[in-house]
Design a protein around this ligand. Structure first.
Ligand SMILES: Nc1ncnc2c1ncn2[C@@H]1O[C@H](COP(=O)(O)OP(=O)(O)O)[C@@H](O)[C@H]1O
Ligand SMILES: [Mg+2]
Length: 365
């Protein structure tokens, strides 16, 4: 078990700064997911924690101690890569024990650790095979096993499931989460997949362009995104955004005039907003009710319907340039070319300053 702190951490490659000052504090036993689009700096940050990249500025601490100058091998961490990085000419058993032999650990201890990890990951029957004779999922389990036998203070995962097919990814997601439940080490897990982030994390760090946009529990981030980037990145299908103008300011809510339709409300703090400000009005696909065209906040014409049986998606046009997605439970009678009314609920809507992207703060329920 270990704590991890990042204090104003920077990274440059030559003249190019790619991490622009990140602060974060991870508790004993927490499962933290770094999520963000490709190229935002997730792997760089993880490799700096691991000691595989030097740190240009700031400080990284494990259990309160500065580790900037400590070599990777002495940090007590173990990393699992997307590419597995197994030795092809060695058996699974040898792949698992190799790192420990290098540490000159007694043979009995190695044997115990390897068989315990093999049992935990259900790869006991594969110990004599070479990686070439394993499926993708089995290889990934061996790669995780190689981290487990080292009994690290902190596990670091860099997109470990990206090479697996969709079904296997879901299965391994559950396995890694249950591994965390059993051994309860601190884990840092990097992914670009926001569903992995939502389902696995105790806390999510949303990264964008070398900055941390928000750090918090998955549902807090989902319910109260601090800016438009986070609102659009977390949630699938993504939040709908419609441009509008602040029409009225009340102590506990803002009224927004969209291009068409009735004024809509957002229960949010008015701090930072003035009448006439340009804003984006946001609402998630599942947070609306469908009415007759004349009773909605605004009208929409349905351009496509996807019926999945248990749930349905409607894709609608408001005008030439504005589209919204609607997620409904169950099946629907609505079909293509229908005109519907859409009603929003101020408790489940969001407002973002067009210029800064900052959100009006939702009240804590
Ligand atoms: N060795 C390197 N030299 C120069 N630039 C790099 C190097 N590694 C990564 N970068 C740059 O740093 C940024 C962050 O990359 P990375 O951490 O790999 O992103 P992610 O893992 O989120 O996809 C990118 O702009 C990438 O091009
Ligand atoms: Mg990466």
């Amino acid at each position: 078990m270990a704590t991890l702190e990042l204090l104003d951490v920077y990274k440059s490659y030559g003249d190019v700064e790619v991490i622009h000052g990140i602060d974060m504090s991870v508790d004993h036993g927490e499962f933290v997911v770094f999520v963000g689009p490709s190229g935002c700096g997730k792997s760089t940050l993880l490799r700096m924690i691991a000691g595989l990249e030097n740190i240009t500025g700031g400080e990284i601490r494990i259990d309160g101690d500065r580790i900037n100058e400590i070599p990777a091998a002495q940090r007590g961490l173990a990393m699992v890569f997307q590419s597995y990085a197994l030795y092809p000419h060695m058996s699974v058993q040898q792949n698992l024990s190799f790192g420990l032999e290098n540490l000159r650990m007694p043979k009995d201890e190695i044997k115990q650790r390897v068989s315990r990890a093999a049992r935990m990951l259900q790869i006991e029957q594969l110990l004599e095979r070479r990686p070439g004779a394993l499926s993708g999922g089995q290889r990934q389990r061996v790669a995780i096993g190689r981290a487990v036998v080292r009994e690290p203070k902190i596990f670091l995962f860099d997109e470990p499931l990206s090479n697996l097919d969709a079904e296997l990814r879901v299965k391994m997601r559950v396995e890694i989460a249950s591994l965390h439940q059993r051994i309860s080490n601190t884990m840092i897990y990097v992914t670009h997949d926001q569903i992995e982030a939502m389902t696995m994390a105790d806390k999510i760090a949303v990264l964008n362009d070398g900055r941390m946009e928000q750090f918090g529990r998955p549902l807090d981030i989902y319910n109260r995104p601090v800016n438009r980037f986070v609102a659009g990145f977390i949630g699938s299908p993504r939040m709908n955004f419609l441009p509008g103008v602040i029409k009225e300011i009340q102590p506990d809510h803002l009224v927004i005039q969209l291009k068409e339709g009735q004024p809509v409300s957002v229960s949010a703090s008015p701090d930072g907003f003035q009448i006439g400000d340009k804003v984006d009005f946001g609402f998630r696909p599942e947070h609306i009710s469908i009415t007759s065209p004349e009773n909605g906040d605004f009208k929409a014409s349905v351009t496509a319907v996807e019926q999945l049986g248990g749930e349905s998606y409607l894709y609608c046009n408001l005008s030439e340039s504005e589209q919204v997605t609607i997620h409904m439970q169950g099946q629907t009678e609505i079909s293509r070319n229908d005109t519907i009314g859409i009603k929003t609920d101020e408790k489940q809507t969001h407002v973002f300053h067009s210029k800064t992207g900052l959100a009006g703060l939702k009240s804590q329920e």
